[in-house]
Design a binder for this molecule. Structure first.
Ligand code: HEM
Ligand code: HEM
Length: 226
C-alpha cells in the first residue's frame, strides 16, 4: 500500500499559488500601463507580504517548510550532485537553490519597486523619501531584475517538466494537494528519517499562519500608506 505523507502544508501551497497569481498580475499590469500601474503596485505589495510571510514560515513553519530542513550545506549539495545521498521528501538540494534564488529575485523586485519611478506619473510610495540618484539606481535594478526573474521562472518550470518527463515524478500534484504518495518500491529512494516526517498542517498551524500573514499585511500597509 502507498504511504501518504503531507509534505506541503496549506500555508506553503497558498503562498505559492498566490505568489504566482500576483506575479502574473504584476507583469500584465505593467504592460497595460496607465491606470493599471495602481494594480501593479497593489500586486507588488501582496508579493511583498507573501515573501515576508514565507521567510518567517521558513523559520517557524512545519517540517518541510523550514529552511533548516531543506537549505543544503555546500557539502550536502556536492554529495547530492555526485549521487552519494538520497533526496528528502521536500525540496531536493538543487531545487532548494532554485527556490532561494526565486525568493531573492522576487524580493528584490518588490522592494526596488517601492522606490521606482516611471518618469511619467507613477512612482513607488517610498520614492519621495530618497534622492533622485537612489530612485534612478533602484528603478534600473527593477528593470534589470525583471530579466533575471523571467530566467529563473523559466528554469523553475523546465526543472518541473524535467522531473515529470524524465524522472516520472509529478511535483505539481503535491504543491496543489499537499501530499506525496510513496510506493513501497520507491521508499529506498528517500532518506529513511524523512519518510517518518510529515509536515504538521492542522487548524493550529493554519491559524498561526493566518495570524502571521495578517500581521505582516497590517504593518506593511501602515508603512505604505503613512
Ligand atoms: C511566477 C511564477 C512562479 C514562481 C515565482 C514560483 C516560485 C516558487 C517558489 C518560491 C517555490 C518554493 C515553495 C516554498 O517552499 O515555499 C516553488 C515551488 C514549486 N513550484 Fe513554483 N513558482 C512559479 C510558477 C510555478 C508554476 C506555473 C508551477 C506549475 C506548473 C509551479 C510549480 C511548483 C512546484 C511543483 C514546486 C515544488 C517543487 C519541489 O517539489 O521542490 N511553480 N515555486
Ligand atoms: C514582484 C513584484 C513586481 C514585479 C514582478 C514587477 C515587475 C515590473 C516590470 C516587469 C516592470 C517593467 C520594466 C520595464 O519597463 O522593462 C516594472 C516597472 C515598474 N514597477 Fe514594478 N514590479 C513589481 C513590484 C513593484 C512595486 C511594489 C512597485 C511600486 C509600488 C512597482 C513600481 C514600478 C514602477 C514605478 C515601474 C516603472 C518603471 C519605469 O517605467 O521606468 N513595481 N515592474
Amino acid at each position: 500500500m502507498k504511504k501518504i505523507i503531507r509534505v506541503w502544508d496549506l500555508p506553503v501551497r497558498l503562498f505559492h499559488w498566490l505568489l504566482v497569481i500576483c506575479i502574473v498580475v504584476s507583469f500584465a499590469t505593467v504592460k497595460i500601463g496607465g491606470n493599471a500601474m495602481d494594480f501593479h503596485a497593489r500586486a507588488g505589495y501582496c508579493v511583498l507580504v507573501l515573501i515576508i510571510f514565507r521567510i518567517c514560515w521558513g523559520l517557524i513553519g512545519s517540517h518541510h517548510a523550514r529552511f533548516i530542513n531543506f537549505v543544503p550545506s555546500p557539502k550536502g549539495l556536492l554529495a547530492y550532485v555526485s549521487g552519494k545521498t538520497k533526496a528528502g521528501l521536500g525540496h531536493n538540494p538543487l531545487g532548494a537553490l532554485s527556490v532561494l534564488a526565486l525568493i531573492a529575485s522576487v524580493s528584490l523586485q518588490a522592494v526596488t519597486g517601492l522606490f521606482a519611478n516611471d518618469d511619467i506619473s507613477f512612482e513607488g510610495p517610498f520614492a519621495k523619501h530618497v534622492s533622485n540618484r537612489v530612485v534612478e539606481l533602484l528603478t534600473s535594478i527593477h528593470h534589470f531584475n525583471e530579466k533575471v526573474l523571467i530566467i529563473l521562472i523559466v528554469l523553475h518550470l523546465c526543472a518541473i517538466l524535467y522531473y515529470q518527463k524524465f524522472k516520472g515524478e509529478n511535483l505539481i500534484k503535491p504543491m496543489l494537494l499537499g501530499d506525496k504518495e510513496i510506493d513501497p518500491s520507491e521508499e529506498a529512494k528517500y532518506l529513511p528519517a524523512d519518510l517518518g516526517h510529515a509536515s504538521k498542517d492542522g487548524g493550529l498551524q493554519r491559524g498561526l499562519a493566518l495570524l502571521l500573514l495578517s500581521l505582516i499585511a497590517v504593518i506593511l500597509g501602515y508603512f505604505i500608506t503613512a
